[in-house]
Design a protein around this ligand. Structure first.
Ligand code: SAH
Ligand code: SF4
Ligand code: F3S
Length: 448
């Protein structure tokens, strides 16, 4: 019998933001160190983990329907004499606490986003049948990053968390409650992790934080450094070809950071800068520290620093008290910035956040109408930008196999997906591609 056949298997489903994708990757690495092997088939997994998101109501509810399905699979495996451990991690755990066990008593453990370094220890306890129903939603004094094994790349693009938590308390948002107060990792830890990622095949690193441009990690002398300093340090690393950072809070975009977009050639010309709304009245109710005007000033300065820079954003429609007039202001702002990509959402009332208690809640029907109008505009801009790329050549970093044989999918500097005929061994590499066709969601091209 092959040794592999005896390895226990894990399956991870990830919901939510890029930070969750990063966290799932770190948990997967820990499991592999413990001798587990990855599977994409939930029914084959001895350990099933849901890494959850609480940002909107739908995201959280999806977990409970997936858990219901996981129980059916667990029972079916049990009939075959197979054990299944079910774990839940991430922001829903932090927000729902024991509610998870009340609604899904068959869950073996639940870990908050700041305690997942304890996963190996908890799994061992469960496997030895010493304990079940373990809940760990501490905001621990220690940093989980000090306890995680070295990070390794699994492809040409990697995320690297440099900052976690948020002190901004936008009135609609659960993140300050689920991820806690802002914490920045020391500069050296970030650089060491980046070196490991590059040594194991990464060409592109995306520095992550819920509020990444408030980064203030210490250097080796104990001096607090900002994100601009960190980006410059990253740019000195041999072998790194592309650098990105996300997500930025507009009010915290400072001149040092803007200068990076002029000075650092590996910093990609694409910036996600969520505005949420174009109406100053709504921005104030949201407790955002920018107005439409100050946001547009930042955009102008960034464009001056690098005229090739293009932008994406997040929008919320139907926030309490949003009138047609407020919504028009959002549409105006979109026209001014001409985003090349964007995410837009209907406002979702999150328990415990100030906006959930506000009068002036907008009816669902109006939210939907506004979302449809906004999305039509955003998709139109996205398609226009994509079509303007036809005939141009871009460096494309290949990240995944396409649906058809001999096809790979990669990304341009502007985060557009490009479908290209290329050999499998081009995965994780950067090649020049000439764009031959474009739709709203993707490009087609040929390697030149
Ligand atoms: N830290 C980032 C993003 C956090 S969450 C920032 O400051 O922008 C990602 C996006 O989800 C937000 O930008 C916002 O557009 C959306 N979002 C957050 N809470 C929401 C809610 N209650 N309803 C609808 N969308 C929400
Ligand atoms: Fe949430 Fe606002 Fe913090 Fe972003 S800045 S994570 S939207 S509270
Ligand atoms: Fe969701 Fe938590 Fe990220 S709520 S968006 S997974 S920080």
């Amino acid at each position: 019998m092959k040794i592999n056949a005896m390895k226990e298997k894990y399956f991870i489903k990830t919901y939510g933001c890029q930070m969750n994708v990063y966290d799932s990757h770190r948990m997967a690495m820990m499991l592999e160190d413990m001798g587990y092997e990855k599977t994409d088939k939930q029914a084959d997994a001895d350990f099933v983990l849901f890494n959850t998101c609480h940002i909107r109501e739908k995201a959280a509810e999806k977990l409970f329907s997936d858990l219901g399905r996981a129980l059916l699979i667990k029972n079916e495996r049990s009939e075959r004499g197979l054990d299944t451990v079910i774990g839940v991690a991430g922001c829903v755990v932090q927000a729902e606490d024991e509610q998870i066990f009340k609604r899904a008593p068959y869950v073996d453990f639940a870990l908050g986003p700041l305690t997942y370094h304890r996963l190996p220890e908890i799994l061992k306890k469960i496997k030895q049948k010493k304990q079940s129903g373990i809940l760990d939603t501490d905001f621990p004094c220690e940093s989980k990053f000090d306890f995680l094994p070295e990070n390794k790349a699994t492809g040409g693009c990697s995320f690297l968390a440099v900052q976690e938590g948020c002190n901004n308390f936008c009135t609609y948002c659960v993140v300050p409650y689920t991820r806690g107060v802002e914490y920045s990792r020391p500069v050296k830890d970030v650089i060491d992790e980046a070196k490991n990622l590059i040594a194991t095949g990464t060409l592109e690193i995306n520095l992550l934080g819920q509020n990444v441009n408030s980064y203030h990690g210490e250097d080796e002398k104990g001096v607090e450094r900002n994100l601009a300093y960190l980006l410059n340090k990253m740019a000195e690393l041999d072998g790194l070809k592309r650098l990105r950072y996300t997500t930025s809070y507009p009010a915290d975009v400072d001149d040092d950071l803007i200068k990076c977009h002029h000075d650092i050639d590996i910093l990609m010309p694409y910036l996600h800068l969520p505005v949420q709304s174009g109406s100053n009245k709504i921005l104030k109710l949201m407790n955002r520290r920018h107005s439409a005007e100050t946001y547009l000033e930042k955009i102008a300065k960034l464009r001056e620093a690098n005229p090739n820079l293009r932008f994406s954003s997040d929008f919320i429609v139907g926030f309490p008290f949003e009138t047609d007039e407020d919504f028009e202001k959002t549409l105006d702002l979109v026209d001014k910035v001409k985003y090349i990509q964007a995410f837009s959402f209907k406002y979702s009332r999150r328990p415990g956040t100030p906006a959930a208690e506000m009068d002036g809640q907008v009816p669902e029907k109006i939210k939907k109408e506004r979302l449809d109008i906004l999305q039509a505009k955003l998709f139109d801009l996205q398609e226009k930008f994509n079509k303007s790329c036809i005939g141009q050549s871009f460096d494309v970093l290949f990240e995944q196999k396409g649906r058809h044989k001999g096809q790979l999918i990669g990304r341009t500097p502007y985060m557009q997906n490009v479908h290209v005929h290329a050999a499998d061994d081009m995965m994780g590499k950067i090649l020049k591609v000439k764009i031959s066709d474009a739709t709203t969601n993707s490009l087609q091209g040929e390697v030149i």
